[in-house]
Design a protein around this ligand. Sequence first.
Ligand SMILES: Nc1nc2c(c(=O)[nH]1)N[C@H]1C(S)=C(S)[C@@H](COP(=O)(O)O)O[C@H]1N2
Ligand SMILES: [Mo]
Length: 254
Amino acid sequence: MSPIERRRFLRALFASSGASLLAGCDRLSQTGWVGKVLASGEIVSKTSQRLVTRSTALVREFSEAMISPDFRGNGSTDPQNPAYLALAADEFRHFRLEVSGMVSKPLQLSLEDLRALPDRTQITRHDCVEGWSAIGMWKGPQLGTVLDMAGVLTKARFIVFRCFDSLDGGMSRYYESIDLEDARHPQTILAYELNKQPLPIKNGAPLRVRVERQLGYKMAKYISKLELVDSLAGIEGGHGGYWEDQGYEWYAGI
Ligand SMILES: Nc1nc2c(c(=O)[nH]1)N[C@H]1C(S)=C(S)[C@@H](COP(=O)(O)O)O[C@H]1N2
Ligand SMILES: [Mo]
């Protein structure tokens, strides 16, 4: 189904129950503009998205000609955490991605290890809740590959991304989470390159996740650690992400 067909179908589906969930989605699909998404309720809930799309349905990918000349940085763009600065000073040679929690084999992966894995390249559109979009070419291993290496235990339900940066002067670190269905989506990758260059610091060096069916704030930058858990309740504010703890939706479907 094309996005427009999908939205038409969803609208028909919800019309009978009078749900206003999809009001304004035509504007979104026509212009690609997502400003004030939260305020106008344009986020597509996980349930409605998954009613009509298979778990592996791909989002649109673009041609190289469509790549935005400058992929702006947003949120943290220059983390000041001393541990991060020390890693950056050495071009992240000593960076190790930790994979832990409900796995049979905890991992410590260097950038070299990650670059040696089969990779995926995708040119996709990033939509920020603040009302801007950008198209970029991302490259990195599928998150599913890393999960298979670690051996996810059957009781695990979510993957939590722990980040080096802080948006509140060091009080708390940025974090995010997705479920295992999104984690294993073919376009969910751990990107170490943007537009054929090593990921710039402003965009999350050395590693950021792409979760292409959701809004920008889900795409954790500056990842230090992946944690497999069975519940988000005991983590930080308990809502599954830095922005979620301030009231944003956990499932930010586009
Ligand atoms: N660690 C971390 N990840 C983050 C953020 C952040 O501040 N810190 N901001 C989020 C938001 S709101 C957006 S829109 C994107 C911005 O990605 P960009 O800097 O590559 O444009 O990263 C997301 N991931
Ligand atoms: Mo954002």
